[in-house]
Every structure is written in C-alpha cells, then in structure tokens.
Write a protein that binds this ligand. Structure first.
Ligand code: ADP
Length: 356
C-alpha cells in the first residue's frame, strides 16, 4: 500500500512539474496572453489532468477552471481559496501553499502562483491520501491490541509458573495457555507476512489451473479437521469446466482460508458445499455452509484487516483480507452473503475467474 502511495505521489508530482513547464513555456512565447482561456483542444487535455487547474484574473475572478477544479471548487473551498488569493502581498510574483482540512478524512491543497496579470492555482484532492493514512493508523492500533492481548496472557502465565510448589494441574494449565497464546501470535505474524509479501509482489505467476483439482486438494487438506468437528464437505462441479489463468498456490490459499472458516465457525452436523459452475467465459466458485452465519451489522466490515465478528473462535482476522487481496490480484472479488435468522442460517462466499 505504501509502495502504491509513493508511486501515486511521484506521478502527481511529475504531472505538476509538466504543467508548470508547459505554463512557463506559454509565458515565454505568449507573454501578453499568459492567463487567456485555453483553446477548446487544450481544454480536453487539461480536463483529464490529475490536478485542478484554475486561472484567476487580477480581480481574483475565475476565468478558467478545468474539470477537476470545477468538481473540487465547492462553496466553502471556493470562498477560502479566493480569500487566500485576494490576501496575497501586492509584490509579484508570489506564491502561497495551503492544506485546507474539511473533515478528518477530507482535505484539499492549493498552490497559488500570483503574477502581474492574475494567478494560476493548482488544486489537489488529498482525501484519498487521508483515508489511506487513517486506515493504516487504525490497522496499527488494532494490530497492537491483537498482539497485546495474547502477550499479556503469556506474561501472566509465566509469572504463575514461577510460583514455588505449584500444583501440577495449575502448572499444566498455564503451559497449555502459553502454548495457545503464542500460537495465536505466530498465526497473526504469519498472516501479516503473507499479506505483506503479496502486496510487494509485482506480478503473480499465473498459469492454466484446473479448479476442480485445486478444490479437491484443498478439501483433502481440511477434511480431517472437518471430520473431527463432524462437519461434512461436498464438492459439486459442472462437467467440462474450463481452466482458469491463476497462481495455483495463491488460489489454493483462497480455497483453504474459505474452507477453514466454514469448518472453524461450523457446528457439529453442519455442511459445507463447494460448487464450481460454468459461466459464459468464466468459472464461478461458491462455498456455502450451513453454519451460524455472520450477523448483518458485521457483514459490511468483514474482510477488512483484523476485523472479527466472533471473538470466541481463534483467528487472526486476516484470512478474508488475504483472500480479498489474492482475488483482486486475479481481477476478481469476493462476495459474501450470510443469514443468521430462521432455520436456514449459513454463509455463502463466491468469486468468479475468467476461463482461458
Ligand atoms: P478469522 O481469522 O477471524 O477467521 P477471517 O478474516 O477469515 O478471520 O474472518 C473474519 C470474520 O468473519 C471472522 O472472525 C468471523 O467472525 C467471520 N466469518 C468468516 N467466515 C465465516 C463463516 N463461514 N461463518 C461464520 N462467520 C464467518
């Protein structure tokens, strides 16, 4: 995510530089008309710019605004910006940069370059950047919390183990809890590493994959755990399924995480059905379970990093985030439907991959 941000920032910076060089060139060759309205052919190009571009005359009235500037220049922003432009010192040329915060996750920046005959304004919407910053702060604070809980338990039980003449039962219980909590930390760290590795991998190694074989392999990996929990898994597939272009290891991870959830959250005698269906030019995968389902208030957040709806079952809250990321890298997306009411409770997760 950080890599993407840097790339975007560099891209915007380059475009800003290009815009400035272009304007400087125009200023040199048409010194008298530096702030005249762009022609209709250059209008289209400027409308596609990733920044808002404004021209103000000497009276700070707007004489030109490209499409992004028109979108950004709403009431409050317009008033503030024009006030800034009017209050610039009389000696020209001069420039002024400001970040205008509208809300916690909404901010606009402007750079005003004032000359004799008017001003050029570059407007940038910083809202997306703010949202990313906010999401990563939230992620870090959730992560600290997720790590602190098992660590506190481990430290507490290590203290217990230091007690002299500790009864065997208490000793064994503390050891069991230390083992359980360190496993929880290890799972979390592993999931974080997987997610981080995926985000820093430029290209996935895709090749033709037989989804039926892949689903069979993944089911074989979880079947023992499912049987222990008395949960039945069935595989249904249309005949003559086309192969898909995918990274087989990553795609197997998708099946494993989804099946693992069905097993983990399932109750004895629940069922999981994996369905592979032919679609025009694609293959769709549906994994439906008859488990307790996900309460409606949690559904919109499921798949966000570290978000968990059931605290009583061990998990990292990163499994679906990883699934979502892998599918995104395959130009696909995870759709989750769930029902917690009545007799027919359960969760269905589905995604579609283009056939080759
Ligand atoms: P976790 O490691 O907690 O399982 P996930 O990202 O895989 O993390 O899942 C996020 C949350 O979604 C889980 O904590 C659980 O509350 C809910 N969930 C996911 N799959 C199911 C399912 N098949 N049945 C019920 N709840 C589920």
């Amino acid at each position: 995510m950080i890599v993407f941000d840097l790339k975007l920032a560099l891209f915007v910076l380059l475009l800003l530089l290009a815009a400035l060089i272009w304007l400087a060139g125009t200023a040199v060759s048409h010194r008298r008309h530096i702030f005249s309205l762009p022609t209709s052919s250059s209008n289209q190009t400027l409308d596609a710019a990733p920044v808002g571009l404004l021209l103000l005359n000497r009276q700070t009235a707007v004489t030109y605004a490209n499409a992004p500037a028109q979108r950004l220049l709403t009431g409050e922003i317009r008033a503030e910006l024009l006030r800034d432009a009017q209050s610039l010192p009389a000696e020209r040329p001069t420039s002024h940069y400001r970040v205008f915060n509208l809300a916690a996750d909404r901010a606009i920046s402007w750079w005003i370059y004032a000359l004799e005959r008017g001003s050029l304004v570059l407007l940038t919407d910083l809202s997306r950047q703010r949202q990313i910053e906010h999401a990563s702060q939230l992620f870090l604070s959730n992560l600290s919390h997720e790590l602190r809980t098992p660590l506190t338990a481990v430290l507490a039980h290590l203290e217990v183990l230091r007690t002299p003449d500790l009864p065997d039962a208490v000793h064994d219980n503390s050891l069991r809890l230390i083992h359980q909590e360190t496993n929880r930390i290890a799972r979390l760290v592993q999931a974080l590493l997987d997610l981080g590795r995926l985000e820093t991998t430029a290209e996935l190694e895709r090749r033709p994959v037989d989804l039926l074989l892949l689903a069979e392999e993944a089911i074989a990996d979880v079947i023992l755990e499912a049987e222990t929990r008395q949960i039945a898994i069935t595989l249904q597939a249309d005949t003559g399924l086309a192969r898909v272009l995918a990274d087989p290891d990553k795609l197997k991870q998708v099946f494993l995480n989804l099946l693992d959830n069905g097993v983990k959250y399932g109750r004895p005698h629940d069922k999981i059905v994996v369905n592979l269906q032919k679609q025009p030019g694609a293959v769709s995968v549906v994994i439906q379970d008859s488990g307790p389902g996900i309460p409606a208030e949690h559904l919109p957040h499921i798949g966000k990093r570290l978000y968990r709806a059931s605290a009583d079952v061990a998990g990292s809250g990163l499994g679906l985030a990883l699934v979502g990321e892998i599918l995104r890298r395959h130009q696909s997306e995870l759709i989750i439907e769930s029902n917690t009411e009545g007799e027919e409770t359960g969760t269905a997760v589905r995604f579609t991959l283009p056939a080759i």
